[in-house]
Design a protein around this ligand. Structure first.
Ligand code: GLU
Length: 499
């Protein structure tokens, strides 16, 4: 195999969609697997839609996603510039060359004329394609008109009757040229067409493999025609299948989160998204491993195991992987990621000190198994931060508890004993519960259910063994939202319950 040089070539016209993120990932994995080069090229020839802030966001999103590039607009490289808007001179140079050698021609047809022809073709039930009218013009005459200032596009002469390439995903692929009219290379106002700029760039950047979405399959023939006209060897092509939503329609915004940014906001870890997207259309050689660390992905990635059929985006599986990676995440990093979520709901504020962060780490350990993304964190930690006895009073658990004489007995014995403890440790909490067991004859659920409801305000949740020390430690910390100690909770409870 020649030296692997691949590129990700996004247009900065919006946020990075999962489909593009997967394309970027496959290119990156392929480059890293083969010790090749991964280049980032910004396709910003659509001046109206391309925006600098999108480009900035794009670079940031890719870095968040964990992809680094060897060459790109921000770091340069031997084949720069890496922004198409800065490569216009090259596009003009090769367009002039193609015209001079008779492989391209000026086209003076107006947009209205072309549209009228298109409509006619459609009406006649034919697939519209350019009639080739200007191909017949005398070249010298056309050059004169162009020099005289008449607006003209540059079109490539399609000479082949069919196109063939061995797609690395779809296998041997044939296209008849019947549906392909002479394509525009440079528009009359001077903008290069996508299929033209992409060929010039891929060749000059010595791209060995073009790995991209299969929405570009139908562009490949005209790109091959350009390689032929320029006498260049085309790269290998691999067209990745479309990503579908659960209803099997092309994944789009209406399916919910689809941009890298939205997954980030949802609290999905980049390594989880990377693992998930790698499996969207690719599988490791054993066909079944689902959890692959970043280095395992690089080691195992190959274009041989990419499926042709569309892949269906499965949010549950993404969350399942996210749960796994949250558990694997070094606690310090998880705390860092979690803090903004806790700040957003007012539980933390400012720059939490080391003691607060150490406590947050314990909070996370207590609730981690109940969440599959960080957005669920504020709700999961309510059991720690909130204790609203009025709200608890309205719940059936509370009502049932108070109607149960056994439960009342347990709490009447338990609460005063706890209130005498200061500080309260979990060991003492246990010992007091044991003493109450002896005193009341209640054990197991009959003992611990009332205690849990009274202390936490809820019938279920993390183990008391974890909660009690968190309440005690949290109540002494300078948090933006006060965490009530066990005693504070029980005092409120006893009052509300008339115990
Ligand atoms: N700018 C194109 C896109 O965003 C790149 C296509 C290609 O990789 O050739 O779809």
């Amino acid at each position: 195999m020649p030296k692997v040089r691949v590129r990700f070539a996004p247009s900065p016209t919006g946020y990075v969609h999962v489909g593009n993120a997967r394309t970027a990932l496959f290119n990156w994995l392929f480059a890293r697997h083969h010790g090749g080069v991964f280049a980032l090229r910004i396709e910003d020839t659509d001046v109206e839609r391309s925006k600098e802030e999108y480009e900035k966001q794009l670079l940031e999103d890719l870095l968040w996603f964990g992809l680094d590039w060897d060459e790109g607009p921000d770091k340069g490289g031997p084949y720069g510039p890496y922004r198409q808007s800065e490569r216009r001179a090259l596009y003009s140079e090769y367009a002039a060359k193609l015209i001079a050698q008779g492989d391209a021609y000026y086209c003076f047809c107006s947009a209205e004329q072309l549209e009228a022809e298109r409509q006619e073709e459609l009406k006649a039930g034919r697939q519209p394609r350019y009639s080739g009218r200007c191909r017949k013009l005398n070249a010298e005459e056309a050059a004169r008109r162009k020099t005289a200032g008449e607006p003209a596009a540059v079109r490539l002469k399609i000479l082949e009757s069919s196109f063939f390439w061995n797609d690395l995903v779809h296998g041997p692929t044939v296209f008849s040229s019947e549906v392909i009219g002479d394509p525009i290379l440079v528009r009359s106002e001077g903008n290069p067409a996508y299929s033209y700029a992409v060929v010039i760039d891929d060749h000059l950047m010595e791209i060995s493999h073009v790995i991209r979405g299969d929405d570009h399959i139908s562009n490949t023939p005209r790109q091959l025609a350009l390689y032929r006209a320029l006498g260049w060897e085309p790269p290998a092509f691999a067209h990745l299948s479309t990503i579908l939503g659960s209803d099997r329609a092309r994944l789009s915004k209406r399916h919910g989160a689809t941009s890298l940014q939205s997954f980030r906001e949802m609290g999905i870890l980049p390594e989880a998204l990377r693992n998930y997207l790698a499996l969207l259309g690719w599988s490791p050689a054993d066909g079944k491993t689902e959890i692959l660390s970043p280095s395992e992905l690089v080691a195992q990635f190959s274009l041989d195991h990419i499926t042709k059929s569309p892949a269906v985006f499965d949010n549950d599986k993404l969350h399942w992987l996210n749960r796994h990676y949250m558990k694997e995440c070094p606690p310090g990093r998880l705390v860092e990621l979690a803090v903004p979520y806790l700040e957003k709901v007012g539980y933390l504020a400012g720059h939490p000190g080391a003691d607060v962060l150490a406590w947050v780490e314990r909070v996370l350990a207590a609730v981690l198994k109940n969440i599959s993304s960080l957005t669920q964190l504020p709700e999961a930690v309510q059991v720690i931060f909130e204790f609203d006895v009025e709200r608890a009073r309205a719940t059936p658990e509370f009502q049932e508890l108070l109607a149960d004489s056994g439960a009342r007995k347990v709490l009447k014995a338990f609460i005063p004993k706890i209130l005498m403890e200061n500080p309260l440790t979990y060991e003492r909490f246990r010992e007091i519960a044991k003493a109450v067991q002896k005193e009341t004859g209640k054990k197991g659920k009959d003992l611990f259910h009332p205690i849990r409801v009274a202390v936490t305000g809820a019938a279920s949740g993390p183990e008391l063994e974890k909660l009690v020390p968190l309440y005690e430690a949290g109540s002494k910390l300078p948090l933006a939202h006060h965490v009530k100690s066990v005693a504070e909770r029980l005092r409120e409870f006893a009052e509300a319950a008339g115990l």
